[in-house]
Design a protein around this ligand. Sequence first.
Ligand code: B12
Ligand code: SF4
Length: 514
Amino acid sequence: MWDILLATLNARHVHASLGLRYLHANLGELAPRARIREFVLGANIADLVESLLRDGPRVIGFGVYIWNVEETTRAVAMLKRVAPEVLVVLGGPEVSFEAAEQRICSLADYLVTGQGDLAFAELCRRLLAGERPAERTIEGGAPDPLSIALPYALYTDEDLRNRFVYVEASRGCPFRCEFCLSSLDKTAVPFDQDAVLAGLGRLHARGARHFRFVDRTFNLKAAAGLAILEFFLARLDERLFLHFEIIPDHLPEALKGAIARFPAGSLQFEVGIQTWNPRVQALISRRQDNARTEDNLRWLRNRSNALIHADLIAGLPGEDMESFGRGFDRLHALAPHEIQVGILKRLRGTPIARHTEAFSLRFNPDPPYNALATDRLSFSDLQRIARFARVWEKVGNSGRFRQTLALLLGGRPFGNFMEFADWLHDTCGTTHGIALERLFGHVHDYLKSQERVGADAALEAVVADYAASGAHGRPAFLSGGLASGRRRAGGAGSGGYRPDRIEDNASNQDEEPV
Ligand code: B12
Ligand code: SF4
């Protein structure tokens, strides 16, 4: 039996909840009476509630995020019906703002906004002592990181084997990009570096090799970043994989030197570009030096082995199709390994909402609160971009269409790929649920119909990519007459994946739908 449960629904099993581990680690004398219960989106809610109640809790804390708020609301509603005596405490970014408008907040007993590391423990002490604080909303605020116990010992061996190990060297962000929740932070504050490195060292000694840093701007302070990179350089092996989020226009020489020493496949940078349009950048208070961003991306691609995953956002105030497309082409010319096209979301609490009227921003009222239309992009434009993004994931980012991609893009990447995504949607009636083999067939059909490509070049490229993907079927286009020797061009396994690594990339599964 456990007095306190810490529960959440993660986006997928591979994502372990770092937030709940912090709360548990900071429960002090209550920690042995508490347990973390993680579920995955799509769980049966009645089963989830039943399984939580089986632990006999007096308090259940739920971690609420944009991806799980709908299911968590149903869980809390059911729980309060069948076990009203169990106290429900909510926390997490989704309920830290606009609480009055959220059904889940009215169902719960208590709400802790902001960082809950210390505030949750304090509340539990009072609740378990029989007190019922009159104030239902408690501000967690932003405690000094030096007062927070680190949670890394709470990763189990199973976590280390099968899940991403999320870690954190600093909290917060000094920048103000209005679409982002971190724009509300006052600044970035570091954790004690020695303590963090000691925690990472113990995880590494236990076998952890896949570390994802959740720091908003890993490269903000060169000395701190360098210490972490050096720490891992001293522990390099062929399994090590590190993920960092970086700001693109700031790459001091000291960091470059260390980055350049990492071998292929060991370092991944998520680089937020979001928009290249200076007018849009100014409107959303995003400071970004485009020229330095380009220089740094070029340096990373030419002088380091880091995998570059770069993000763009469509639907920002002031951005139209033409300017977004130009931005895509500009980014594509810098050859990041992956480009993620996201649609603007109006996250609760973010200042982007101030532009709603001036730019006629229409947001989905339900999570994920994505932009549906703006004064410059119609609903149908944004639908097309969303399809572009999905198809790009499977064809552009997957690494499975290397030769065909070049033909698809020709000299105008955004325009040509948009035409392909439109065609795919018209042909299949959807861009969801197209199995890989059929997708190869469609790519082939499309390319051979394009005068600028020609049937021979289309077949040759599709056959080479199909063979390199490691797939073993006999799709219709293979009966197109190429000799079997040519069919094998590229060879299985040359698709650029690291099958030994925990992957969040659904495109690694052969029959994964688009
Ligand atoms: C890891 C991560 C993910 C993972 C999922 C992780 C999981 N567990 O499933 C992935 C990569 C899948 C993901 C995806 C997305 N994410 Co994300 N993600 C993060 C990230 C980088 C780290 C989260 C983390 O561990 N933080 C560190 C811990 C310590 O902080 P925390 O989780 O906020 O927890 C603290 C408090 O919230 C609070 N707290 C949390 N739980 C509880 C519970 C109780 C009871 C209490 C009292 C307090 C409390 O106390 C904790 C300790 O201080 C954050 C950014 C960030 N650095 O936080 C964004 C973030 C959480 N994601 C965000 C967004 C918008 C998305 C996407 C919509 C992005 C997109 N594609 O457009 C998608 C949605 C996914 C989907 N399927 O729909 C937003 C969340 C906004 C919101 N309202 O929830 C964040 C904050 C980024 C941002 N700055 O805007 N994400
Ligand atoms: S987008 Fe990145 S740089 Fe801008 S506020 Fe968010 S975390 Fe900071």
